[in-house]
Design a protein around this ligand. Structure first.
Ligand SMILES: [Zn+2]
Length: 125
């Protein structure tokens, strides 16, 4: 996962003609169950000897949002039980409005690269 994220950051930087990457803001959905600390550590290790070697990786977690197909509720999800704290993708989710289980996760499963600060070689362009 971390290497895929780093690859995307490097691809973007390369496209923009950067010589190094100063900072990258990454959003991770809470349902990805990625650990911020672990991800940051992995990124630091993987970025050695790349353009992102001195990059500050800022990682924020996006809360899960759902859409209920029974009552039409859209918004925050509630977690049914302590399973939320385990590394288990089969988290039971309920609609907080009607307690229905026919829900669709609309946010919280994604990994997004939101903002990257680059150092661009000013000679040339
Ligand atoms: Zn509902």
């Amino acid at each position: 996962m971390a290497s895929a994220i780093l690859q995307r950051i490097l691809d973007i930087a390369e496209e923009k003609g950067a010589i190094s990457i100063k900072e990258a803001n990454i959003l991770i959905g809470e349902l990805t169950f990625l650990d911020r600390e672990q991800l940051a550590f992995a990124l630091r290790v993987l970025s050695k000897e790349t353009m992102a070697e001195k990059c500050k990786f800022k990682i924020s977690v996006v809360k899960a949002k759902i859409k209920c197909s029974e009552c039409g509720y859209r918004g925050k999800a509630i977690y049914d039980g302590p399973e939320y704290h385990t590394l288990n993708f089969a988290v039971p989710l309920n609609c907080p409005n009607c307690k229905g289980v026919k829900i669709k996760v609309t946010e919280g499963k994604e990994v997004l690269i939101r903002k990257i600060r680059l150092k661009v070689n000013s000679i040339g362009k």
